[in-house]
Design a protein around this ligand. Structure first.
Ligand code: 5GP
Ligand code: ZN
Length: 113
């Protein structure tokens, strides 16, 4: 599904809900997380609606590669190229928005696992 009218991230991509843009590529959009967990905390989403990262991997592997490249470009621009990439997948893993999104944490040295 290209666009889901009930999805908050589809609304952000469409500009119907404001967001702080960090980067955009042909098929991805990156914006600042409302509740940042690092000096730079971006969410990288495919512009088309997919429920989770596994769906993207299965249906369009090159789009998953583009999400990773966008994460790298954000870390290159805002830090020294180092970043943490997290895809919460499923409710029990902490996924609360069911539009695939990569959390990109960067902008500082990250501690922990
Ligand atoms: P999840 O818990 O699904 O892995 O991550 C969802 C993320 O989206 C959370 O980190 C939350 O702060 C962020 N978020 C939820 N609603 C909005 C919103 O309307 N705007 C922005 N910028 N971030 C949001
Ligand atoms: Zn969506």
């Amino acid at each position: 599904m290209a666009h889901d009218n009930t999805c908050i991230f589809c609304k952000i991509i469409a500009g119907e809900i404001p967001s702080t843009k960090i980067m955009e590529t042909e098929r991805t959009y990156a914006f600042a997380d409302l509740n940042p967990q690092a000096a730079v905390h971006a969410l990288v989403v495919p512009k088309d609606h997919y429920a989770c990262v596994s769906e993207v991997a299965k249906e369009d592997p090159s789009l998953l590669a583009e999400i990773v490249s966008t994460a790298q470009a954000i870390a290159d621009e805002h830090y020294n190229g180092h970043f943490r990439l997290i895809f919460n997948t499923g409710e029990n893993a902490g996924q609360s928005v069911f539009h695939c999104h990569a959390h990109v944490l960067t902008g500082q040295k990250l501690e922990g696992e």
